[in-house]
Design a protein around this ligand. Sequence first.
Ligand code: PDD
Length: 291
Amino acid sequence: MSEPVVYLNGHYVALSEAHISVLDRGFIFGDGIYEVIPAYGGHPFRLKHHLQRLANNLSEIRINNPLTLEQWQTAIATVIERNQLDDQSVYLQITRGVAPRDHRFPEQSQPTVVIMTSELKTVSEEKVKQGVKAITLPDNRWLNCHIKSISLLPNVLLRQQAQDQDADEAILVRNGHATEGAASNIFIVQQQCIITPPKSSMLLPGVTRDLVVQIARNKNICLKEQPISESELLQADEIWLTSSTKEVLPVTRLNDKIVGRGRPGPLWQEMYRSYQDYKQHLRSGHPLPES
Ligand code: PDD
């Protein structure tokens, strides 16, 4: 198989030729942001939403957006096309660029832009059908979790702690409330109603989360964006995780206790079907209208 092609600062290069300076502020400080965008049959999933979040994040960390919307679209489409994979995970990272090490912003630097893609690794069918295990852990991250920062050390440590306990995800609890997963958003079902925490600086505004909210609203399913206390989480009838790679994933064990009836619940089944339907339309090149 030929080598993957990567977009690096305006050039399309083979992965082995894509080099970045050790002085890049992404490497030195974790000074940058990223996106993960699934592409089904070559069609990126909710691209405008991902690029809007990217633009918001750049402005939050005070980096001028280095590309226009059209340039982003073209570069992403080119990387997808050049890599000839069926379902792909597009990874996009922007850092403040290369400069002598100094915490203060450099007076002049060009942002470093990388776009690469790999085969989309989704959760196995067996796990989706059975549901996964999660554990709760204290949310010890910073207070700007709405920024998709590449400084992911807390998330990495939390996720590994989950893995060490044979769990697929850590659900994070701050001040008595569940915020999100180490790399996913959370939903619970309580008395036939879906609940997800409202957007705030305590969680990432997930693109998948927004689609799930939209689907529920379109189908007139009860959905509330309101805080979830730790005890509500522990007593939930259903718990779901959402992300670009996990899609909508049921949690059937939490801290070694069974969630609901121990299998994916009826509202999850309904949401999962709608989500797969949305994906199928996208894959066939006839996406459902966005809102
Ligand atoms: N992470 N919350 C956190 C902390 C995340 O890292 C992610 C996704 C999400 C879900 O966002 P979205 O639905 O837009 O993928 C929520 C990606 C997939 C990652 O870091 O690999």
